[in-house]
Design a protein around this ligand. Structure first.
Ligand SMILES: NC(=O)c1ccc[n+]([C@@H]2O[C@H](COP(=O)([O-])OP(=O)(O)OC[C@H]3O[C@@H](n4cnc5c(N)ncnc54)[C@H](O)[C@@H]3O)[C@@H](O)[C@H]2O)c1
Length: 459
């Protein structure tokens, strides 16, 4: 085992142990999966939803775990099923109907990579069918759907991982280590953003020329959403519509907040407010392209209270510098998936005087008196600030967060453990507040959330 891997397992175990104790309001112990997969067996998995991320997830799953075997795929558009066979081989079983995958006893795990409005339905059906589930973020489409997914997971005893893979990067783990070692003092503020300035970044993905109700299953796509006539834009650019997607908050904030919860072990905010608008992409979408949210985190046993400000601007024609900054009383951690910069500085005990200060407005005699008192109160050793220190970390070139996230999932499947780094309780604690950001935007109200009980609160 290489040292990096050993460190990885150690930190994942620690994080899982922490989650197991803190993540749930009611005590809940890890349920053993008695149908443990033997170390020599392959884990046979299927991907449900073979779109952009379905392809990316399937490849990452195979990169991360040599004993994972891709055996089947479901998708509603025939072209994507053809592509599966072109890329992964003719032997892969393909179907439009995900239930045919759930019926198969030789499939151990499924990746749920459909649009957001299908996540809860397919996850619950998969768990009930005895499959381990890797479900893409955000875990649910609506806040109210979270508890039933958690319940289904606990009942099943199956392993689940939610798909905000950045937290499995070397840089995020290093940020967590530095934060937990107290390197920035007491946290007081976090800001994180994900701006873009291009059509594909703003979710206007390519639509195939053969898109029609014949080549895809429109009725199934709609699922629990309102019935509307066939519209290829809705099918291939579903993120632009609230009926299927969760806007910039569910799509992108969720990664930002997941990272902050991973680093700080915070359970979530208690007050949430958003504002924004549709600035540029007036293409029929019903979600904003600029959104700013303030999330108010209470003081807890593990952290001081802090404010988190999240932003997405899909019309940022200015400078774009996407990262997360966690600020504390003694420094700042600024990071992305690839690198981090820790800047440490500590104020001297003595406040100083003079310069742009009221001291210069005092009479000469008062200035003398003031200085005498200051010298007694603040000896030389209290007057020097610690020099600013900067520590940088670059992730190793071969660091592969996506593959590592899958490896954590499959390792836990093999162990018969529920202790993944992003289990559904963790996943819901990230999803619910960002969905509340949407609720605040559309209702123009402050949303109150109980991060321990995981419930909306009335105020
Ligand atoms: N973790 C990440 O970084 C990341 C990145 C991108 C997307 N995602 C998530 O992945 C999911 C998919 O996003 P995408 O960009 O791949 O979308 P996509 O539109 O490219 O693909 C979605 C696919 O799901 C299929 N589908 C829809 N309903 C289905 C059903 N009932 N049964 C079977 N297949 C069905 C569609 O036919 C489509 O091909 C979303 O939840 C998104 O938030 C995560």
């Amino acid at each position: 085992m290489n040292p990096h891997r050993r460190h990885f397992i150690k930190s994942v175990t620690a994080a899982s142990a922490l989650l197991a104790t803190e993540s749930i309001a009611k005590p809940f112990s890890i349920i053993k999966d008695f149908k443990k997969i033997s170390p020599n067996d392959k884990i046979r998995f299927a991907t449900i939803g073979m779109g952009i991320q379905g392809h990316s997830d399937t490849k990452a799953a195979l990169r991360g775990t040599p004993d994972a075997e891709f055996v089947a795929a479901a998708d509603l558009y025939d072209g994507r099923l053809t592509r599966v066979k072109e890329l992964f081989g003719k032997a892969i079983f393909t179907t439009r109907d995900y239930r045919q995958i759930l019926e198969r006893k030789d499939i151990d795990a499924v990746l749920v990579v459909t649009p957001d409005h299908w996540h809860d339905h397919i996850t619950k059906a998969s768990l009930a069918a005895g499959k381990h589930v890797y479900c893409e973020k955000p875990m649910v489409h609506h806040i109210q759907e979270g508890p039933s997914v958690i319940e289904a997971w606990k009942k099943s005893g199956k392993t689940m991982q939610i798909g905000s893979q950045s937290i499995s990067s070397a840089a995020f783990k290093e940020v967590k280590r530095l934060y937990q070692a107290g390197e920035i003092g007491e946290i007081n503020y976090v800001e994180s953003n994900n701006d873009r300035f291009n059509a594909i970044g703003a979710w206007n993905y390519s639509i195939p020329t053969d898109a029609s109700p014949k080549t895809l299953d429109w009725d199934t796509f709609l699922g629990d959403a309102p019935k509307v006539p066939f519209d290829a834009k809705r099918f291939f650019r579903w993120r632009n519509y609230r009926d299927y997607g969760t806007g910039v908050a569910g799509d992108l904030y969720v990664h930002l907040i997941t990272g902050v919860h991973f680093v700080t072990n915070s359970l979530g905010p208690e007050r949430i407010f958003s504002s924004g608008g549709l600035s540029y992409w007036k293409d029929g979408r019903d979600v904003p392209d600029v959104m700013v949210s303030i999330l108010d985190y209470p003081k807890t046993a593990v952290n001081a209270g802090f404010q988190m400000v999240l932003r997405v601007n899909f019309a940022n024609a200015g400078a774009i510098a996407n990262n997360t900054r966690i600020i504390g009383t003694e420094g700042q951690l600024e990071f992305t998936e690839d690198h981090l910069v820790l800047t440490k500085r500590k104020l001297p005990q003595a406040p100083g005087f003079g310069g742009y200060d009221s001291y210069n407005t005092f009479s000469e005699s008062e200035q003398k008196e003031f200085k005498k008192q200051y010298d007694t109160q603040f000896p030389q050793e209290t007057r020097k600030a610690e020099p600013v220190k900067e520590i940088k970390f670059e992730a190793p070139k071969d660091d592969d967060a996506h593959a590592s996230h899958f490896r954590d999932f499959f390792d836990n499947v093999k162990k018969g453990s529920l202790g993944t780094v992003e289990d559904p309780v963790f996943g819901y604690r990230a999803a619910a507040p960002v969905l509340a950001c949407n609720e605040s935007y559309f209702s123009r109200k402050v949303i109150h959330w109980d991060p321990v009980e995981m419930k909306l609160k009335k105020k």
